[in-house]
Design a protein around this ligand. Structure first.
Ligand code: ADP
Ligand code: MG
Length: 359
């Protein structure tokens, strides 16, 4: 098996930064050093066979949005000397959705929860030795149980975990009603992983030119006042009443204004005030490349659940690279104003700042 030294991984970070024209800030340098050590240790490790070694400790990188955490993770992932079938890099949302599905399927076969999770993890990860989760988070007490089991299973298999998160481990499952349920798992994370902050002085997404990254997401727009004239100007024909249709998503009915070949048109109330989950958004994102979400109210007038769903919705659309149009009769500043919005709203605002503003 190919081996790689700490200096070689460091060199990879340097070259990647140079190619992008980045100057790494001190927080990024430190994280890159930790990742280089981990990369070299992974290259040395033999996990199977009679000379099985203890795998190196995982690494949990956390910090505010736009600090280059995902970039560090991607660059590390390219550098490690593991064959493709032994490493996986996934967005946590996407992985977790697949895990849910696989557990449900295996539960029907095995009838037993523990073996269902075991079988689901085997199915999803096979021989993976390195698992990289981008945007690790836990918001839902139901999800927290499965996250706990997943982390234990990964540990038992000797899978090395590298995550990025906007939260320190102690800030996971922030809801004070449920936080205590996750505390034992938080302690396990802290015992098994090194924790490092990537909290440089600036949000690189707000640098001039940063939004120029040409993705489907950045070709979307925020439309105010979102009247038919303005929508047509963006090539979006407002739905006729007859286009309203009920979509069945993860055993739930969603009444949307239109579901065309690749455009989903839906009201905020349906997507965020109904009992939808991030998993539903992921499924929809796989089918519809362009979304128009209209009638977005100022979030402070929405329910707490709807505010959190809106945060998840923007995360899913950004990560799945959906071309997103938000339309409202209020300007963006009013939509996001308020004191008791979810703390993640900062990430939402950062991501929405990538969209064009029309109005
Ligand atoms: N040192 C840097 N200088 C300039 N831009 C950077 C630097 N590090 C990262 N970026 C860019 O900043 C943007 C945000 O980085 P990202 O990795 O998505 O942040 P995070 O995952 O912490 O939210 C990306 O476009 C990334 O390529
Ligand atoms: Mg990121």
């Amino acid at each position: 098996m190919r081996t790689i030294t700490v200096d070689q991984v460091r060199g990879h970070f340097r070259r990647a930064a140079l190619e992008h024209g980045f100057v790494l800030d001190p927080a990024q340098e430190q994280a890159a050093d930790r990742l280089a050590e981990l990369g070299a240790a992974l290259g040395r490790g033999r996990r199977r066979g009679p000379f099985r070694r203890t795998p190196p400790r995982g690494l949990y990188l956390w910090g505010p949005v736009g600090r280059g955490k995902s970039w560090l993770l991607d660059t590390f992932f390219e550098a490690v000397a593991l064959p493709a079938e032994h490493r996986t890099r996934v967005h946590f949302h996407a992985f977790f959705r697949r895990l849910h599905e696989a557990v449900r399927r295996h539960r029907d076969d095995h009838g037993h929860e523990h073996s269902a999770i075991d079988a689901a993890v085997s199915e999803l990860l096979g021989d993976v030795e390195l698992l990289c989760f981008d945007e690790f988070h836990v918001h839902d007490p139901g999800d927290a149980m499965l996250v706990t089991r997943l982390l234990r299973e990964l540990h038992a298999r000797g899978v090395v975990l590298v995550t990025t998160s906007n939260y320190p481990p102690a800030g996971l499952l922030p809801n004070p009603l449920y936080h205590h349920l996750f505390e034992p798992t938080i302690r396990e994370i802290e015992q098994r992983m090194d924790v490092a902050t990537v909290a440089g002085p600036r949000d690189y997404r707000t640098l001039p030119g940063a939004a120029a990254a040409d993705t489907a997401f950045t070709r979307g727009a925020i439309l105010w006042p979102g009247d038919p004239e303005q929508l047509r100007g963006e090539g979006l024909e407002p739905p006729a009443p007859a286009e309203a249709v009920t979509l069945r998503v993860n055993n739930r009915d969603l009444r949307v204004a239109a579901a065309r070949a690749d455009v989903l048109w839906c009201g905020f109330d349906v997507l965020c005030e109904g009992r939808t989950s991030a998993l539903d958004y992921l499924v929809l994102a796989e089918t519809y490349a362009t979304w128009v979400i209209d009638r977005i109210p100022p979030l402070k007038s929405a329910t707490g659940e709807a505010r959190q769903r809106f945060v998840n919705l923007i995360d899913v659309c950004c990560d799945a690279d959906v071309r997103l149009f938000l339309s409202s009769d209020r300007p963006l500043e009013e939509l996001l104003a308020g004191d008791d919005l979810p703390t993640d709203i900062v990430r939402t605002a950062s991501r929405l700042s990538l969209l064009r503003r029309v109005g």
